[in-house]
Design a protein around this ligand. Sequence first.
Ligand SMILES: N[C@H](CCC[C@H](N)C(=O)O)C(=O)O
Length: 279
Amino acid sequence: MRFTKMQGAGNDYVYVNCFQEPVPADPAKVSIAVSDRHFGIGSDGMILICPSEVADAKMRMFNADGSESEMCGNGLRCVAKYVYDHGIARKPELALETGRGILHVKLDVQNDKAVRATIDMGEPILKSEMIPTTLPGDPPINHPLEVGGRTLHVTCVSMGNPHCISFVEELDDALVHGIGPLVEKHSVFPRRVNAEFIRINSRTDATMRVWERGSGETLACGTGACAVCVAGVLTGKMDRKITIHLLGGDLELHWSEADNHVYMTGPAVEVFSGEWPSE
Ligand SMILES: N[C@H](CCC[C@H](N)C(=O)O)C(=O)O
């Protein structure tokens, strides 16, 4: 199976061009194998770039534990780059089918290659039952959550996939690696959740670490950054247009008052290609 390794703000995935390769018979099993950073290729998961009946291409995203997610923001920027650079659809504006419907992407092309992308990530999903969470609120805002002996005050948002945002003073490993996994699997999140921890630097600037559902700590989470932008506004802590600094790079977010859509801009990089022995 030929693959291409790509990363968006350090959130790295193994990409498979399923216009040319068959869709793996057991994609969950392949994602687990290729994601292993010692016995596999090493990645946060696997993303299939597939033909679509309704868009230029379709993205299917699998976490490192094999679970399939509805959406992946950093992944979609890299899918858009791949689709343009490899001639699947040589257009700077693309429509891509995802688990939450068709999303639209604008590419920044330099020297004939896409280097950055702005994605219209659609409207945030705020109804508790749609996030989903059993916490009340539509959505829960600064809701107390007892976890690991600590009380977090969480704001929950879905961008097609579920996010639990906590604004904190310190972003340390004890919080991200100790509390993060407990939030991910907390009983108030029936489909588990991505846990974002945010230190606010100003009304337009924040620093974020994330414990992702199905992958653990990653260097960046695009849908998570979008959810943080929404949570910042809902809690009154941040403005609608912000920069988020993640371990792997920066993302620019804007929750537009005009159309209620969240826009995310960030890098997309092709690292290397190779061959993975098929089953
Ligand atoms: N772990 C996430 C999927 C990847 C999201 C993230 N890497 C992004 O860039 O949005 C989930 O299970 O919902």
